[in-house]
Design a protein around this ligand. Structure first.
Ligand SMILES: *[C@@H]1O[C@H](CO)[C@@H](O)[C@H](O)[C@H]1NC(C)=O
Ligand SMILES: *[C@@H]1O[C@H](CO)[C@@H](O)[C@H](O)[C@H]1NC(C)=O
Ligand SMILES: *[C@@H]1O[C@H](CO)[C@@H](O)[C@H](O)[C@H]1NC(C)=O
Length: 384
């Protein structure tokens, strides 16, 4: 009798323990689930290459584009500016920011409202510059192996629907977007604070005299210049454009480096184009470390080759695949001294902040023994 009662108690006890265990485990599950989801979102890294026209940004974009872990888009904000040509940059900041956030989240439904009719990947501005859009799964017919072939991409990867682009985007650990269309850092604060993003910013700057000189040889900027000039209620005017661009670079850098907001910590890196081309492989490695990308020996060899004029002529697909150190100094031979003086006046503050030495005479300008790049202290002081 007694032992029978005991075994019943024991059974109840075991049932109770199991119940408690089940409850504990299930609540544990409920508690874990959102955390897991959050973690999955966090595994992607988003990089915005923040820069201005003719500052070597196509070059820097390609340094990321060629990495097999990167989904890259070059200047998607072009669609917003083109669709809304009457608006000033300040107003366009908001739809541009929204488009870029959607791209980072691999939601390409933000594109069609800015596109004219069709909705193919090949209707995206500069789509063929993106290795990811020229390879599987965005382009099922792609034979692409290592470095991309623009003309082949053009013939084989046209007319693929936009949802393939979403599928492709999701397959990469890094989403990288280059843009020249922000003139202000504050407008990006909401993205930096957004828990669904892991945003890093590389701010690329270049000597404004070189920018001006490069603009003289590049005739495709009239629409963008008209929009930039609206910031001062002016018609397209190169002086206004240079002034606005230089002012913006200073504003962005100062906000990020002097008493920066806590959410900017480890998220902002300023890079001078001139430093990059003097020592490309080391600087690329630093930028890769900043965003958690690794560099294969093959990629390193390619980076060396494209920056030292070692790519055979017939295979040249980018203007920078020359001696990039020389390219950085072209303006000193090409730009008329009167224009040098004008730019130095318009952009005096930028030149001071970023360490670009002014020249006082044409002789100084053409004297290549004179180094116009002031050395900065420690590059890593620029990371905050
Ligand atoms: C451009 O703007 C500057 C001042 O910002 C002005 O002096 C110049 O006349 C303008 N040029 C043209 C062509 O409107
Ligand atoms: C870089 O150039 C060297 C010498 O021309 C060549 O052997 C090497 O294969 C090139 N690397 C890449 C990745 O193209
Ligand atoms: C790219 O592909 C085209 C056509 O298939 C070919 O003729 C060309 O040589 C290739 N270019 C490079 C750089 O491999």
């Amino acid at each position: 009798m007694k032992s029978g009662k005991l075994s019943i108690y024991l059974r109840y006890l075991i049932i109770c323990v199991i119940l408690v265990l089940v409850m504990w485990l299930s609540s544990f599950q409920v508690y874990q689930a959102p955390k897991e989801r959050f973690k999955i979102k966090q595994t992607k890294t988003h990089l915005l290459i923040l820069t201005s026209w003719r500052s070597g940004s196509s070059f820097v974009g390609q340094l990321f584009n060629q990495n097999p872990d990167v989904f890259y888009l070059m200047e998607p904000a072009w669609h917003v500016w083109t669709r809304l040509p009457k608006e000033p940059p300040k107003l366009l900041h908001l739809p541009v920011r929204d488009l870029i956030r959607s791209i980072f989240l691999c939601d390409m439904s933000a594109f069609p409202p800015y596109m004219s009719q069709s909705k193919y990947i090949s209707d995206i501005f500069m789509w063929q510059e993106s290795r990811a859009l020229c390879s599987y799964p965005a382009c099922p017919n792609s034979p692409l192996t290592d470095f991309f072939n623009r003309s082949e991409c053009h013939t084989r990867c046209r007319n693929v629907p936009l949802d393939k682009m979403e599928e492709a985007c999701r397959a990469y650990s890094h989403v990288v977007v280059k843009t020249v269309r922000f003139f202000n850092l504050e407008v990006l604060y909401p993205l930096l604070k957004d828990p669904s993003l892991n945003l890093k910013i590389i701010h690329l700057v270049r000597d404004p005299r070189a920018v001006f000189s490069s603009r003289e040889a590049f005739p495709y900027l009239e629409y963008d210049d008209a929009t930039v000039s609206k910031a001062q209620n002016s018609k397209a005017n190169i002086s206004v454009v240079m002034e606005e661009i230089c002012k913006a670079q200073v504003q962005i850098y100062k906000l990020a480096s002097q008493n920066p907001q806590p959410f900017l910590k480890n998220r902002y890196l300023m890079v001078r184009y001139e430093d990059l081309v003097r020592n490309p492989v080391d600087h690329i490695r630093e930028m890769y470390d900043f965003v958690g990308l690794s560099m294969s020996p093959k990629l390193e060899s390619w980076f060396y080759n494209i920056t030292h004029g070692l790519i055979p002529k017939e295979k040249k697909f980018l203007p920078f695949s020359e001696d990039s150190k020389k390219i950085a100094q072209h303006w000193r031979e090409k730009l008329h001294f009167s224009k040098v003086k004008e730019v130095q006046k318009l952009c005096q503050q930028e030149m001071e902040v970023f360490g670009y030495q002014l020249v006082e005479s044409e002789r100084e300008q053409k004297n290549m023994l004179l180094d116009l790049l002031l050395t900065k202290l420690d590059k890593f002081e620029w990371i905050h």
